[in-house]
Design a protein around this ligand. Structure first.
Ligand code: UDX
Length: 462
């Protein structure tokens, strides 16, 4: 297809976990559009151009290969591509601010504002700008102000189109989402711009699943959706602590509670805590926004979701320490899992890394094992490089260990030969199952002392 025959020119700034997969899906489903993904990181762009993509996401490579070179392009060339684009998705990272006002809570908008100014500089025609990054409410307004401050007579329509995909299932989520949300100004111009973006998704998503709203509600919905999901996990994790005290089984409680159709069964798996780039960041962002409007009670309510998550991770490490006779010094502990959940190489806010750090602080000899996330974990834990071992083979990781702590629910870990592992470990041997995915009774019968989350322990000690 010649460049001129594309019906729309779509650009995405930011080739990360959201921008890359989303644009690959748009390009694959809409061969009539030219889709370009631009990033300042040349290494990352080179990886997108190769068969070794910079992120691990099941099914992604096939979708990329279907469109790459046909109507999907990855590049570091920013200016010309901004100039040529009709629609620009902005998907740069907005991590939690680490300095100044709002540090630890609000989003750091420096990349985002830099991007707005780059767009302004390189544009010579009207454009639709779509916020994909999660941003604090009212960011679109600020972006609109910066962009429309130009004296070139160009008008920018700023829309919000938050991404709800979850890592590990990104391609399925993108192919068949529960909903797509597009927020715009509600004047004639805004609605016309919104329709342009609706038309993109309508190529493969039924129209009734494409929701439209005003831009502020759209921005806020993203934060609230993540806050509600995280709240369910903190709720069941809080109950897991009570179950451990009372010999109730949190999985049974979740099953019974989740059968109420008003509550539903999903996101009720007790665990060592939630991780990932979104939940904590988005809740803290929500908390900050509430505080800035003087809504102290509302801010406190949501902040507790994060506090329970911290408590759950701390509690898990506390159990390991207590059960291993109150000293971890020099003890080899194999951590099964580094990613924040299965089927991803992402370690951002991973409870596994938190547990690793806490165990290292207790001077344990930590061995980290993960099928996909070791490279990221190595980078994250670089300051402990001398004291931590990274071992992709779980059998070697567990050899000579006093305990295994399972921290990521990779299916590989369920089917290991635990009798063989037991034989190679120090005795007494312990398993701490931070995801409740192993067959606890079978492990107990092999000889392990087993400590699940929110369930009675299975111990060979009286
Ligand atoms: C989340 C949202 O699901 C997604 O809609 C949003 O766009 C981005 O944030 P993601 O961070 O990829 O997606 O992961 P998710 O599957 O939601 O899991 C988040 C964390 O919660 C993981 O650490 C996971 O292991 C944990 N979790 C999830 C539990 O501990 N228990 C559960 O029942 C479910």
């Amino acid at each position: 297809m010649a460049a001129s025959s594309y019906t729309k020119n779509i650009l995405c700034i930011g080739a990360g976990y959201v921008g890359g997969p989303t644009m690959a899906m748009i390009a694959a489903r809409c061969p009539q559009y030219k889709v370009t993904v631009v990033d300042i990181n040349a290494e990352r762009i080179a990886a997108w151009q190769s068969d070794k993509l910079p992120i691990f996401e099941p099914g992604l490579l096939n979708v990329v290969k279907e469109a790459r070179g046909r109507n999907l392009f990855f590049t570091t060339e920013m200016e010309q591509n901004i100039h040529d684009a009709d629609i620009i998705f902005v998907s740069v990272n907005t991590p939690t601010k680490t300095f100044g006002e709002g540090a630890g809570k609000t989003a750091d908008l420096q990349h985002w504002e830099k991007t707005a100014r780059q767009i302004l500089k390189a544009s010579e025609s009207d454009k639709i700008i779509v916020e994909k990054s999660t941003l604090p409410v009212k960011t679109a307004q600020a972006m609109e102000r910066i962009l429309n401050s130009n004296d070139k007579g160009i008008v920018f329509d700023v829309l919000s189109n938050p991404e709800f995909l979850a890592e590990g299932t990104a391609m399925a989520d993108l192919a068949n989402p529960d909903r797509v949300l597009i927020g715009s100004r509600t004047n004639e111009r805004g609605i016309k711009a919104r329709q342009e973006v609706v038309d993109i998704y309508a190529n493969w998503i039924p129209r009734e699943r494409i929701l439209t709203s005003d831009v502020w509600s759209s921005e806020l919905s993203k934060l609230v959706a993540n806050a509600f999901l995280a709240q369910r996990i903190s709720s069941i994790n809080a109950i897991s602590a009570l179950c451990e005290k009372t010999d109730a089984d949190v999985a049974e409680v979740a099953r019974a509670v989740g059968r109420d159709s008003r509550i539903g069964p999903k996101f009720l798996n007790a665990s060592v805590g939630f991780g990932g780039s979104c939940f904590q960041k988005d809740i803290l962002n929500l908390v900050y926004i509430c505080e800035s409007y003087g809504l102290t009670e509302v801010a406190d309510y949501w902040e507790n979701v994060v506090k329970i998550n911290d408590y759950q991770r701390r509690r898990f490490v506390g159990t390991i320490r207590r059960v291993l006779f109150n000293t971890l010094v020099g003890k080899r502990i194999a951590l099964f899992g580094a990613a924040f959940k299965a089927d991803t190489s992402d370690t951002r806010e991973s409870p596994a890394l938190y547990v690793a750090e806490q165990l290292l602080e207790e001077r344990a000899a930590v061995v980290l094992c993960d099928p996909q996330a070791l490279a990221n974990a190595k980078h994250d834990l670089a300051r402990y490089a001398e004291r931590i071992e990274f071992e992709p083979d779980p059998y070697r990781a567990a050899q000579g260990a006093h305990a295994i702590a399972l921290l990521t629910e990779w299916s590989q870990f369920k089917v290991l030969d635990y009798a063989r592992i037991f034989d190679s470990m120090e005795k007494p041997a312990f398993v701490f199952d931070g995801r409740n995915i192993l067959d606890h009774q079978a492990l107990y019968e092999i000889g392990f002392n087993v400590y699940p989350i929110g369930k009675p322990k299975l111990s060979h000690f009286a």
